[in-house]
Design a protein around this ligand. Structure first.
Ligand code: CP3
Length: 354
């Protein structure tokens, strides 16, 4: 087994984000805190509403740490949701059991004018408090685990804000983007400003890296993807780095295909989250010279487990782990993931012969 070279960083995740290769690579999983864990379901039941959990710093801290205690991941990701930002801008947001998020859909310029940036930080105060609490707890219990803050990207947030819920194709949002371009640009500009400020505050509260989730980038054709995903993410990264130059930024433009290359060339992006479809030889050749790679195990392989999962893990490690790499999924953990498969995954990666 390979041993990690001397490093100036105590935390493997930060070492990779700052330019080093670690063997074995650091591991964390998108949606690592969530319904597949019985201890999460217990807290969720006790609290009631999902947003109540997001805005309860003590409980948000507790569920953030659950997967760290169980599996010893190299990163903790703040327990929250991307939709707290629309909520903080004054839009009505609720999470209905079995239905997912429901928002009061934006219909026109008048609705857009009601969004109010001035209250964002006040409304997000419990989130910042959760970040501080998690950072303090990690220092005591898991000093090698880094804390990741996050936000949704403007395009993905706009999708939920305009549709009012999840959708297969986000056709209404595209109609706005293509048909009322100036108005849609206003919404995206507002989100760029809100998200950048929100991430800076998370960093000030204790986040050591931040991830920007653009889960629906892949529904856009090339020109629109550049305008509504690549450009706003570039703008956010620039703003955050102008204020907090030392904090690494991870982008997850899910479904961006060959345009992942353009994301890799954004000067202020330190790592790219690869979705399940990205070919790894291509990613290593074209993307890894510019950024650290993160991903891309299909979460359903972790549901199936056994040799099927093992082979897929080995394939990813053989292809990517010679360079800067962070093991993760290509999308979030699903609720029917057996917790023992997660333990097996961590064990396999940490004991792999590099
Ligand atoms: O990764 C983590 O462990 C941190 C927590 C986290 C959640 N959501 C918790 C959550 C993160 C990083 C997110 C991001 C998020 N939220 C994204 C981007 C990543 C992705 O998956 O593409 C998106 C698109 C959302 C919006 C969202 N939140 C949806 C569509 C849903 C409903 C679907 C579902 O899984 O239930 C949520 C709810 C949500 N966010 C839950 C959790 C744990 C489940 C709510 C519950 O416990 O009832």
């Amino acid at each position: 087994m390979g041993t990690t070279a001397k490093t100036q960083f105590q935390k493997p995740l930060l070492a990779v984000l700052k330019g080093e290769t670690q063997t074995p690579p650091p591991i964390w999983l998108m949606r690592q805190a969530g319904r597949y864990l019985p201890e999460f379901r217990a807290v969720r039941k006790e609290i009631g509403g999902f947003l109540d959990l997001c805005y309860n710093p003590k409980k948000a801290c507790e569920v953030t740490l659950q997967p760290i205690e169980r599996y010893g991941f190299d990163a903790a990701i703040l327990f929250s949701d991307i939709l707290v930002v629309p909520h903080g801008l004054g839009q009505h947001v609720e999470f209905r059991t079995g239905e997912g998020p429901v928002l009061e859909a934006l219909k026109d310029a008048e609705d857009l004018a009601k969004l109010d940036l001035s209250q964002l930080h006040e409304k997000m105060a419990p989130v910042y408090a959760a970040v501080s609490e998690i950072r303090t707890a990690l220092a005591q219990t898991a000093p090698k685990t880094a804390l990741i803050g996050f936000a949704g990207a403007p395009w993905t947030l706009a999708c939920y804000m305009v549709e009012g819920k999840g959708s297969k194709d986000y056709a209404r949002t595209k109609e706005w983007a293509y048909g009322q371009t100036d108005l849609f640009q206003k919404l995206v500009d507002l989100l760029v400003e809100a998200i950048a400020a929100y991430l800076v505050r998370q960093i000030d509260a204790g986040a050591e890296a931040v991830q920007i989730f653009d889960s629906w980038a892949g529904v856009l054709p090339e020109d629109a993807l550049k305008r509504w995903s690549l450009e706003p993410i570039t703008a956010i990264a620039e703003k955050v780095k102008a204020e907090r130059p030392e904090t690494p930024i991870i982008a997850f433009p899910r479904g961006a295909g060959q345009l992942y290359e353009s994301f890799a060339k954004i000067p202020h992006i330190d790592a790219l989250g690869l979705d399940t479809t990205v070919p790894l030889d291509w990613a290593v050749e074209v993307l890894q010279p510019h950024v650290a790679l993160q991903g891309n195990l299909d979460p359903i392989r972790m549901v199936v487990g056994g040799a099927e999962m093992d082979q897929a893990i080995d394939y990813i490690l053989e292809k990517t782990a010679k360079g800067r790499f962070i093991f993760n999924l290509g999308h979030g953990c699903v609720p029917n993931t057996p917790p023992e498969n997660v333990a097996r995954l961590v064990d396999r990666i940490r004991n792999f012969s590099f």
